[in-house]
Write a protein that binds this ligand. Structure first.
Ligand code: KG4
Ligand code: ZN
Length: 343
């Protein structure tokens, strides 16, 4: 690259309005995230209409803040990237339309980005990728093992058959009357408790890399219910520690087995649950014994942000991908198909 390249990205798929600028594919210039968590907390989860309205209120402010922080003008931006899916359709629409308006007004190229591709590429802001690699994607909506043989190519070798890991965390947290999002609260409690309850581990068929967390979630709810009926005291800390041990055991064991079977150079961890201290520790211990290098992004790049969308968008842009003015929000966008399409 002769001249520096700047990609500005917008992310509004769920409850964060985010704008970021990345330089030359891998260098983070600015990363602004306006969280709406406080507005959704009292409902115990994200309310789509409220999310869309907040995105509309925050979009221009976040954009101006990101540009101001970077010291760059829009004329210096080479392309606009935006999350086109998956996510909440009304929330995605705000970002997609903001990106289209900006790109049209400034006559800049537009690039649509898959949210999960973004979570994976967050890692590239820290360390260069070496292929083949596997990504363990653990977010609020997704749990999957993704094989990448080259940039922009995604093959799902295993995925959840029911709840995502983050969803299981949030549902168990709700049962324990913890605030939304529950993952960080369970994580904190788990650190103070004992693994005294033997919750099930869903391994599924012997060779499968799929996951299932709904049985575990039901088991936690039933255990709490039965204890209450019998008048037994269960410590929330112990429930959290035992639940977390089950999730972490399955995720980390399958990740190591997949890394060895596919002979990958790197294992990348991505998504909100990658912030989990128990998971980080278990993966670090298990991967210390194998040849695959383990990459886990810093916490601020694990949960939703636009830096990751800029990182993935920059690669797509340099591979020649362009979105048209008909770019639309796609709440069910498929990762493998996204990787295969060439525009
Ligand atoms: O990737 P993300 O920010 O949004 C989605 O794309 O879904 O992930 C959010 C999920 C939530 O379910 C949240 O509870 C979970 O990540 N999470 C955690 C932790 N921090 C966030 N789960 C477990 N331990 C954590 N420390
Ligand atoms: Zn996400």
């Amino acid at each position: 690259m002769s001249k520096d390249q700047y990609i500005l990205a917008i992310e509004t798929s769920c409850d964060e309005t985010a704008v970021a600028i990345v330089k030359n594919e891998r260098e983070l210039v600015t990363n602004v995230v306006a969280s709406q968590i406080e507005s959704h907390k009292r409902f115990g989860g994200v309310v789509p209409e409220i999310a869309s309205r907040h995105h509309i209120e925050q979009m221009t402010i976040t954009l101006e803040e990101a540009l101001e922080e970077s010291g760059l003008g829009l004329d210096e931006i080479d392309a606009i990237a935006v999350t086109e899916g998956p996510g909440l359709v009304g929330a995605l629409l705000v970002g997609v339309n903001a990106a289209k308006s900006l790109a049209f007004a400034k006559q800049k190229p537009l690039v649509g980005v898959h949210h999960i591709a973004g979570h994976i590429y967050a890692n590239r802001l820290e360390k260069e990728f070496e292929f083949p690699l596997l990504a363990l994607v653990v977010s609020g909506g997704h749990t999957e093992l993704v094989l990448m043989r080259e940039h922009g190519s995604f093959e799902i070798i295993g995925e959840t058959r029911d709840d995502a890991a983050g969803e299981a965390y949030d549902k168990v947290a709700r049962t324990l009357k913890l605030p939304y999002p529950g993952g960080p609260h369970i994580d904190r409690l788990a650190g103070e408790g004992e693994e005294s309850i033997d919750f099930p581990r869903s391994w599924l068929e012997k060779d499968s890399y799929d996951f299932s967390f709904s049985g575990l979630k039901s088991s936690v709810i039933n255990t709490l219910h039965n204890a209450k009926q019998k008048g037994q005291e269960l410590k929330d800390e112990d429930v959290a520690a035992s639940f977390q041990a089950s999730v972490v055991d399955v995720l980390s064991t399958k990740a190591v087995r997949a890394a060895e079977e596919y002979g990958v150079k790197q294992m990348i961890v991505a998504g909100g649950v990658a912030a989990n201290s128990g998971l980080r520790q278990a993966l670090e211990e298990k991967f210390a014994a194998v040849d695959t290098e383990l990459l886990i992004p810093p916490i601020h790049l694990c949960t939703d942000n636009a830096a990751m969308i800029a990182a993935a968008g920059a690669v797509a842009f340099n591979q020649g991908h362009r979105a048209g003015w008909d770019l639309n929000a796609n709440p069910g966008l498929d990762l493998e198909m996204y990787g295969e399409r060439k525009k």
